[in-house]
Design a protein around this ligand. Sequence first.
Ligand SMILES: NC(=O)c1ccc[n+]([C@@H]2O[C@H](COP(=O)([O-])OP(=O)(O)OC[C@H]3O[C@@H](n4cnc5c(N)ncnc54)[C@H](O)[C@@H]3O)[C@@H](O)[C@H]2O)c1
Length: 323
Amino acid sequence: MTRKIETLAVVGSGYMGGGIAQSLALTGCTVYLTDADAQRARDSHARLLREAEAFESAGLFPAGSTATLKEKLIAAESIEAIGQRVDYVAEVVPENLELKLDVLKRIEAAVRPDCIIATNTSAIPIKTMAPSLQHPSRFLGVHWMNPAPFVPAVEIIPGADTSEDVVAASEALVQAAGKVTARVADVAGFVANRLQFALFKEAVAVVEEGLATPEDVDKVVSNSFGFRLALFGPFAIADMAGLDVYAASYGSLERQYGPRFSVPAGLKQRVDQGDLGLKTGGGFLGLPPSCAQPLAAYRNKAYQRLMQLRQELGEPPFGASEG
Ligand SMILES: NC(=O)c1ccc[n+]([C@@H]2O[C@H](COP(=O)([O-])OP(=O)(O)OC[C@H]3O[C@@H](n4cnc5c(N)ncnc54)[C@H](O)[C@@H]3O)[C@@H](O)[C@H]2O)c1
């Protein structure tokens, strides 16, 4: 049986910690907010309630959310003051290894031995932090995305010593908040940030090489493959496009940019064996050719709806000011 988490603490009630606290308190858990000092925790608490009221009036949070948060979200003096009461702690302090190690030690000294400790680090491997804990079996990465209440994915990163019941209980907790979890390996940047930062580095290079302005890069990405990425991951997109098309395109890119753009071995091998993705059946996702038609119908409908949504929302207000 998955162990139950009913009372928890968020240490670091800033941008991410605040959203994580709101999301978890809305599941009915009691969430204590702590920060570098009690006043900051109280200020965050007030901010999160004001924000929840605005979200609720705008229809972004369900009716009754603010009332739930008023009951379930509590500003605490410090982790020491409430440590013995909590089943789970989310560490959400700034991305600074020294600070995180310091705070993790302080958390571990304050909580019960069975309390789960989850770090929201964006990119620091769990194995870099685990040795500073006395009980690394209760420690793992639970990486929420920004803004936490409105982005579905949460990466779950077990460390080498994390026990399975800790991983399962953490997954169940964030799934109860409506999140989509994926267990990923313990490497710098995990999956999301490795991919996101690879793309961003290339985008900065495109601008630095004078090939396009930042505005035009954003226009191209958000209206082309980025548009598709709202619905499908890179493997579904490649399988649907045709792996031969991808392999040929890598050929052109390699001629211009060198070996860093050579055809990935796993792609070349498939194409050499005649596996071209959906059109032959197979691909990275093992898609049967029989799903081609329903998948195309789903895709067309989804893209058309996404276009409609974007038209309804209008352009992002990059030039707007408050008030
Ligand atoms: N901002 C993002 O887009 C994003 C997305 C995913 C993950 N993360 C990760 O989440 C973590 C927090 O990022 P953020 O953007 O919320 O930062 P933030 O600066 O908004 O919040 C950090 C909070 O920690 C508090 N804090 C600082 N020292 C502390 C201490 N010793 N004890 C307790 N609290 C302390 C700060 O006062 C602040 O309220 C980082 O590891 C970051 O990499 C950030």
